[in-house]
Design a protein around this ligand. Structure first.
Ligand code: ZN
Ligand code: ZN
Length: 66
C-alpha cells in the first residue's frame, strides 16, 4: 500500500522526496529532512484515498472552485 506523508514543517531545500498533488510527499529514504535517518513525525494517508483526494481538491465534492 502506498501512503503519502504530509510533513508538519515545510520541506527544506535539501528535500529529495517526491511531491504529490495533495501536498503530501512520497518520502525518499535518503532525504535529509524526511528520510530514515531522521524519521520525523508526519501525517500519513493512503495514496489516492479519500483524504488524499480531498487535499488535492478533488474527491466527491466536485464542481467547486479551483
Ligand atoms: Zn523530504
Ligand atoms: Zn496524498
Amino acid at each position: 500500500m502506498i501512503q503519502h506523508a504530509i510533513p508538519y514543517a515545510a520541506p527544506g531545500p535539501g528535500c529529495s522526496c517526491t511531491a504529490q498533488p495533495c501536498g503530501g510527499l512520497l518520502p525518499d529514504v535518503e532525504c535529509p529532512d524526511h528520510g530514515h535517518r531522521k524519521n520525523p513525525a508526519m501525517a500519513w494517508h493512503v495514496a489516492d484515498g479519500e483524504r488524499c483526494l480531498q487535499l488535492a481538491g478533488g474527491g466527491h465534492h466536485r464542481g467547486g472552485a479551483a
